[in-house]
Design a protein around this ligand. Structure first.
Ligand code: HEC
Length: 164
C-alpha cells in the first residue's frame, strides 16, 4: 500500500514544521503581561525611567518609561533615553517594529538586544507601553560629538588609569 508511507511522511512533516518555524520568544496570558515582563527583564526602566536605579526599582509603574533628561555623554556626542510613552504615540505598531529591527547605533541603548526580540515580542512591548498612556515631556535633542550639553549628563568617556 503506497499511501501508508505517504501518510507517515506527511505526519512527520506536520510534526516537525511548527518547531522549525517557531522563534524562541516569551509567551504569556496576554500581550500586556508579556510586554510588562520584557520591560522588567530587559532593563528598559534603568535608563528610560528617571530615578529607577537609585530607588532600587520601586518607581510606581505609572511613572515608567517617561524618558530621562540626564544625558549620556561620550565619543558619540550626547544621547538621552527617549520618552517611550510618547514614542508609541507617534509611531504605528509596524513602524515601532521597523525601528527595533533596523536601528543599530545610539549608545548606550542596547539596540542589538531589542533587534533580537521576536516580531511578536516587539509588538507586545509596543502594546504594553501604549497601555500605560502618554506621560511626560519629550527628552532634549541628542547632540553631535564635541557639542557641550546644557543639561546634567553622565560622562561615559573612557579614561586611562593615572600614570599611563
Ligand atoms: C543603558 C541604557 C538603556 C537601556 C537599558 C535601554 N535604553 Fe532605549 N535608549 C537609550 C538611549 C540613550 C536612547 C537614545 C539613543 C537612540 O535613540 O539610539 C534610547 C532610545 C530608545 C528608543 C528610540 C525611541 C525614539 O523615540 O527615538 C527605543 C524605542 C528604545 N530606546 C527602547 C528601549 C527598550 C524597549 C528597552 C528595554 C528592552 C531599552 N530601550 C533599554 C538607553 C537605553
Amino acid at each position: 500500500m503506497k499511501f501508508i508511507p505517504l501518510v507517515l511522511a506527511a505526519g512527520l512533516v506536520a510534526a516537525c514544521a511548527p518547531q522549525a518555524h517557531t522563534p524562541a520568544q516569551v509567551t504569556g496570558p496576554s500581550d500586556i503581561e508579556v510586554g510588562r515582563y520584557l520591560v522588567k527583564v530587559g532593563g528598559c526602566n534603568d535608563c528610560h525611567t528617571p530615578g529607577f536605579v537609585s530607588d532600587g526599582g520601586k518607581t510606581p509603574e505609572d511613572q515608567w518609561l517617561v524618558g530621562n533628561p540626564v544625558g549620556f555623554y561620550g565619543p558619540w556626542g550626547v544621547t538621552y533615553a527617549a520618552n517611550l510613552r510618547q514614542t508609541v504615540q507617534t509611531l504605528s505598531e509596524n513602524e515601532w517594529v521597523g525601528m527595533l529591527q533596523t536601528r543599530a547605533y545610539g549608545p548606550p541603548m542596547p539596540w542589538p538586544s531589542t533587534q533580537a526580540l521576536s516580531d511578536d515580542n516587539k509588538r507586545a512591548l509596543y502594546r504594553y507601553i501604549r497601555s500605560l498612556g502618554p506621560a511626560g515631556p519629550p527628552v532634549p535633542e541628542r547632540l553631535a560629538p564635541g557639542e557641550k550639553p546644557t543639561t546634567p549628563y553622565l560622562d561615559m568617556t573612557p579614561v586611562l588609569p593615572k600614570g599611563e
